[in-house]
Design a protein around this ligand. Structure first.
Ligand SMILES: NC(=O)c1ccc[n+]([C@@H]2O[C@H](COP(=O)([O-])OP(=O)(O)OC[C@H]3O[C@@H](n4cnc5c(N)ncnc54)[C@H](OP(=O)(O)O)[C@@H]3O)[C@@H](O)[C@H]2O)c1
Length: 407
């Protein structure tokens, strides 16, 4: 049976880009956040895309002849693109944009200055918000550990999307890193997740505790971490999530590790459809995840992936290995840049429009993750080949109970 490589959810950007059997990169700019510099053809000047100012709109289609290698290099520091959009008047913004272009070019050609690539690819959600494609997590390797230094390093090296959770026991250190980074709130995207409620505790109380630890006045995304922690209470819990969204305390709300039956239960009577379902997603669970992915696609719920590097980190030697290796070689030749197998897995997720939530203890790896955003697309055949190889075996690492019942 042929693996399904159609987009995993109804995504205006990907539906436009990606029809089964044909994948044409026509509108890379559509992925970018407002205020984030648009990809420009090699050699042309950087321009900030500001939705309130038509003169900054990229001509359409921006990317005919668009070269992935020419993504704008953005300097790190307090004047990130998104921040400029939010807080600086248009004239000044334009002047700063020109200044940044010159500065960025000077940096690019000066031998000593370090250049920081910034994560800038975003994916639309069903509530009108956008989620940065690349997320840096404070679970797994950082679970129950102080995450301040790791998160600060990630932010300083261009990460904007931070994935936390009450269960990870380190929201304070995530908040400390955010504060220490000096970034404005609007330039970062912060997720946290609800754990099991204590006896008599409301969702609102648990949420406010998280918010206090994070030292924030809102989160971008609030998720129910595990359906099994709220057996029989999912609808009531979701009602409280809806209230938090209405108040603007959580810009988007969603779920994690949800099966079809959990989504069905939650959606019955819901006024807000979850924006995302964060699930373990890599080639070795493609087949098992298919029912829930299909259901989510029907309801406009975006899958986000954790554990995406499993084939190279936790199950080496599986049938996906040779496929990754040959795609890596092809991409390296095509792009003229070094490409890793981890990046091929990231590109596989990107091709499906699925954000990658990952983590690392290494600066070089952060750079590698961010650089994935600017590598060329996988071909439809390559996406198929990874799906097919992954479907030969099943390896789930997290939330094993998901396999005990029909997804
Ligand atoms: N919702 C949930 O239930 C749930 C469950 C699990 C995770 N998550 C979220 O997702 C985040 C990431 O999860 P994950 O750790 O499973 O992500 P992952 O992307 O599958 O793995 C990341 C790990 O892979 C290692 N790595 C990367 N490239 C490597 C390579 N080439 N060779 C060897 N090791 C390599 C990194 O270690 P180095 O330090 O060596 O780079 C890092 O620890 C978590 O922190 C959490 O925020 C959510």
């Amino acid at each position: 049976m042929e693996a399904d490589i159609s987009p995993a959810f109804p995504n205006p950007v990907l539906d436009e880009k990606f029809t089964p059997g044909q994948y044409t990169p026509t509108s890379a700019t559509a992925f970018l956040s407002p205020g984030i510099p648009s990809p420009t053809p090699a050699g042309s000047a950087m321009k900030l895309y500001d939705p309130s100012d038509p003169s900054t709109y990229p001509s359409s289609p921006v990317s005919s002849g668009y070269d992935n290698s020419s993504y704008v290099v953005q300097t790190s520091g307090p004047l990130g693109g998104a921040q400029m959009h939010q807080e600086v008047p248009a004239d000044l913004r334009r002047a700063i944009a020109i200044g940044m272009t010159v500065f960025s070019l000077l940096q690019r050609y000066s031998s000593k200055s370090p250049i920081t690539l910034m994560s800038s690819l975003t994916i639309p959600l069903n509530d009108g918000n956008r989620i940065p494609w690349l997320g840096f997590g404070t679970g797994t390797a950082l679970y129950l550990k102080d995450a301040e230094q790791a998160v600060l390093t990630a932010i300083n090296n261009g990460i904007i999307h931070l994935d936390g959770a009450q269960m990870y026991g380190n929201e304070e250190s995530l908040g400390a890193a955010i504060a220490a980074s000096g970034k404005t709130r609007s330039s970062l995207y912060v997720t946290t997740k609800l754990d099991k409620l204590r006896e008599g505790q409301t969702v609102r109380e648990a949420f406010l505790e998280s918010l206090g630890k994070l030292k924030l006045d809102y989160v971008d995304l609030y998720l129910i971490h595990m359906p099994v922690a709220h057996e029989g209470r999912l609808k009531a819990v979701w009602k409280e999530f809806e209230a938090l969204k209405k108040e603007g305390l959580a810009k988007s709300i969603g779920v994690s590790n949800f099966r079809v039956r959990d989504l069905e239960e939650l959606l019955d009577g819901a006024t807000v459809v979850p924006a995302v379902n964060q699930i373990e997603y890599h080639p070795y669970v493609v087949k098992a995840a298919q029912p829930v992915i299909e259901y989510m696609k029907k309801h406009g719920i975006l899958p986000t992936s954790y554990g995406g590097l499993t084939p190279i980190v936790r199950f080496k030697g599986g049938p996906v290995d040779p496929v990754l290796s040959s795609i890596r070689e092809r991409l390296q030749k095509t792009s003229g840049k070094p490409v890793t197998e981890g990046q091929v897995l990231g590109l596989w997720l990107r091709a499906k429009g699925i954000p990658e939530i990952t983590t690392t203890s290494k600066v070089e790896r952060i750079k590698e993750y961010i650089a994935t955003e600017t590598l060329p697309d996988l071909t439809v055949e390559e996406v198929h080949a990874i799906d097919e190889a992954g479907s030969q075996v099943h390896h789930r690492v997290f939330a094993q109970w998901l396999d005990a019942a029909k997804l």
